[in-house]
Design a protein around this ligand. Structure first.
Ligand code: AMP
Length: 398
């Protein structure tokens, strides 16, 4: 079966068409600037040259219409007719407490998705828009929602309840949800495959280190703790997000600087993290280069980032009583040998020993420990789309 995977942002749309017979990628693309002047699609079909389609796209429905047209195009498409698409898998950021696994989308599911929108006001509304646009254009094709939060619904209450008055959990569902679940699940399953072991017997720490970053403790294949929280703002220092800070800093700065809630929210989400510390960039390539050239704040930003990751790795080693495998994934995790080496430095007490030569890889699957009696350390490029397609296939063929 061929499955279309859709990941809708507020002004962007990423897509992949996969042939699940052999899990082959047929097409992938990115639509940018939906609803803004200069809309365009970067469309790549396996084995063909990239095409850029520049056309006005006032909304997601128009964008999706053009994507579907590109998929069946005689020259740069991958299929003859839209009827070849057996199902569509949608990435949905927040599934609240209702969804602990992927679901076939029906009216009832849509109702709950609208209810969850309050929990992820930046992410869920564009996800819903993408689903509705797809439903209009492909009314008889089954659709599945795959949630970023679902993998973490296996956490025990002590790992998701915040120590604030319990009534806020009861009234507003304020608790840790965790994100990047599809990625943590994919790389942990892949690590078990690479180790040729049953995932049920493994304690794995997965580090999804991208512009947004989170760490997860995966015990026996289940997420038991993760660093992101009620929102993706908690946990590690990120590209532009603060991660964990003393909550008392917020009213203090609001008072001193006369900031509104929106302004402080913007500061914590867009102006903090390694960008905030360095005053230079949120991109680790820029920071590594600047630090090498003697920029002290760039070096400090990298040090803070690394120190936070180490803290979580240590915490999760304690939570699981040991680590069998440590995984690095996403933009920084897959590409930065500097960051990986620094994170592992001094973790010999946890049986983590990275080999500098093996660590010289970029963007490809690799094992980074030479000593096979140590914990296994892997770079595993994430593949959330494949995970979404697998769930979609499973649900529509059940
Ligand atoms: P993601 O959110 O997973 O797409 O990751 C994007 C981030 O990965 C960028 O902002 C960079 O900080 C980081 N990144 C990408 N390539 C490299 C590289 N070669 N070296 C260091 N960091 C990189």
């Amino acid at each position: 079966m061929k499955i279309l995977v859709i990941n809708c942002g507020s002004s962007s749309l990423k897509y992949q068409l996969l042939d699940m017979n052999g899990e082959k990628l047929l097409c992938k693309g990115l639509v940018e600037r939906i609803g803004i002047e200069g809309s365009r699609i970067k469309h790549d079909t396996t084995g063909k040259d990239r095409v850029i389609i520049e056309e006005p796209m006032e909304d997601h429905k128009r964008a999706l219409g053009l994507v579907l047209k590109a998929l069946v195009d005689e020259n740069h498409g991958a299929i003859k007719s839209m009827d070849e698409i057996g199902a569509v898998g949608h990435r949905v950021v927040h599934g609240g407490e209702t969804f602990s696994s992927s679901v076939v989308i029906d009216d009832e599911v849509m109702k709950v998705l609208y209810e969850c929108a309050e929990l992820a006001p930046l992410h869920n509304p564009p996800n819903i828009t993408g689903i509705e646009a797809c439903q209009e254009l492909m009314p008889s094709t089954p659709m599945v929602a795959v949630f970023d939060t679902a993998f973490h619904q296996t956490m025990d209450p002590e790992n998701y309840i915040y120590p604030i008055p319990f009534e806020y959990y009861e009234k507003y569902k304020i608790r840790r949800y965790g994100f990047h679940g599809t990625s943590h699940k994919y790389v942990s399953l892949r690590a078990a495959e690479l180790l040729d072991k049953d995932i049920k017997d493994l304690n794995i720490v997965t580090c999804h280190l991208g512009n947004g970053a989170s760490v997860c403790a995966v015990q026996g294949g289940k997420s038991i703790a993760t660093s992101m929280g009620f929102t993706p703002l908690e946990g590690l220092a990120m590209g532009t997000r603060s991660g964990d800070i003393d909550p008392a800093i917020i009213p203090f700065i609001m008072d001193k600087e006369g900031l509104t809630f929106d302004e402080v929210n913007e500061m914590l989400n867009k102006k903090s993290g390694v960008l905030g510390i360095s005053g230079l960039s949120s991109d680790f390539r820029d920071l590594e280069e600047a630090a090498e050239n003697g920029n002290k704040r760039a070096k400090l930003a990298l040090d803070v980032f690394v120190s936070r990751v180490k803290k979580y790795v240590g915490a999760y080693a304690a939570t699981m009583c040991g680590i069998d495998a440590l995984i690095f994934t996403a933009g920084i995790g897959e590409n930065s040998s500097y960051v990986r080496e620094k994170i592992c430095e001094g973790l010999e007490c946890l049986n983590i020993r990275i080999d500098s030569e093996l660590n010289k890889v970029r963007g490809e699957e690799a094992q980074l420990n030479k000593d096979l009696t140590s914990a296994s350390i892997f770079v595993i490029p994430t593949n959330e789309e494949l995970m979404i397609a697998r769930d979609t296939l499973e649900l529509v063929t059940k």
